[in-house]
Design a protein. Structure first.
Length: 267
């Protein structure tokens, strides 16, 4: 029962003198931040990493939900382009990036007098390709994943969010924009900006769950199959905008929206 797991997590966190929460403003980290705040009050601090590849609007969402929860909140700037392995964009990109971010968070935690950094990976996520979890595993004892510790699934986290009345309970996941660029293709600030602008445009058209994958000259749009008619209806506008952004061709992926589609080519 998810309520029992909520209580177990709060009891475990209450044993800490203070904690730092890796806080993106997504459902997982928001539930974790809310539980930490309930367990520790002002001894819990949420840190949001502001980086170039953060999707449009996500920083504002994080700031809003932190206020909603009532947790202390800070934003830390991070330039992922200073990490060579991030730019090279190998299948282990997330490992190198997360290792750098966790290092930054641990520095902040030390300054704040925090025992540990807690992060929101859940057991459902462990079923896919998650090189970033290697970085977490290497920092055991200093970085803790309560949802893994208490076997909490993605669905249970959403149940927790609804139970706690969090406004992000139904929010789709929104991973960093580097996940839109195929492995092996170097990541550039210009490439990230182009993807960000393309996705921002689709959002203004009313689409909620989607990805724009950048294949160089080709933009591959992933939306839910139920949104196919809406894309076709606005195809002229979408094509014109995407070509203005520098794409030569615009394709609608007939398999529809799915997380981690670029991992399919690396299997």
């Amino acid at each position: 029962m998810f309520l029992d797991k909520m209580q177990q997590i709060k009891e475990a966190l209450s044993l800490k003198s203070c904690v730092l929460v890796a806080f993106s403003g997504g459902v997982d980290s928001s539930v974790l931040a809310a539980l930490a705040h309930e367990a520790l009050g002002n001894k819990a601090l949420a840190i949001t990493i502001n980086m170039h590849s953060l999707p449009e609007g996500e920083l504002q969402i994080a700031e809003d939900i932190a206020r909603e929860i009532g947790i202390r909140h800070k934003v830390m700037d991070f330039d992922e382009f200073t990490v060579p392995e991030f730019v090279e964009n190998s299948p282990k990109r997330c490992y190198y990036c997360k290792r750098s971010i966790l290092g930054l968070l641990l520095e902040v935690a030390k300054k704040e007098g925090s025992e540990v950094v807690i992060e929101g990976t859940n057991i459902t996520e462990m079923q896919g390709n998650r090189p970033g979890m290697q970085a977490v595993a290497e920092m055991t004892k200093r970085v803790i994943s309560p949802f893994l510790q208490f076997s909490v699934s993605r669905e249970e986290i959403r149940q927790m969010a609804k139970h706690m009345g969090l406004s992000v309970a139904g929010k789709p996941s929104s991973p960093c924009l580097a996940s839109r660029i195929p492995y092996g293709k170097k990541i550039t600030p210009e490439g990230i900006s182009r993807v960000k602008a393309a996705e921002k445009y689709l959002f203004t058209l009313g689409f909620i769950q989607f990805r724009v994958r950048d294949h160089g000259d080709v933009a591959r749009i992933e939306v839910k199959s139920s949104d196919f008619p809406a894309v076709i209806e606005r195809k002229e506008d979408i094509v014109n905008e995407f070509k203005r952004l520098g794409f030569h061709y615009v394709a609608l992926d007939m398999e529809g929206f799915r997380s981690g589609s670029l991992d399919e080519a690396s299997k």
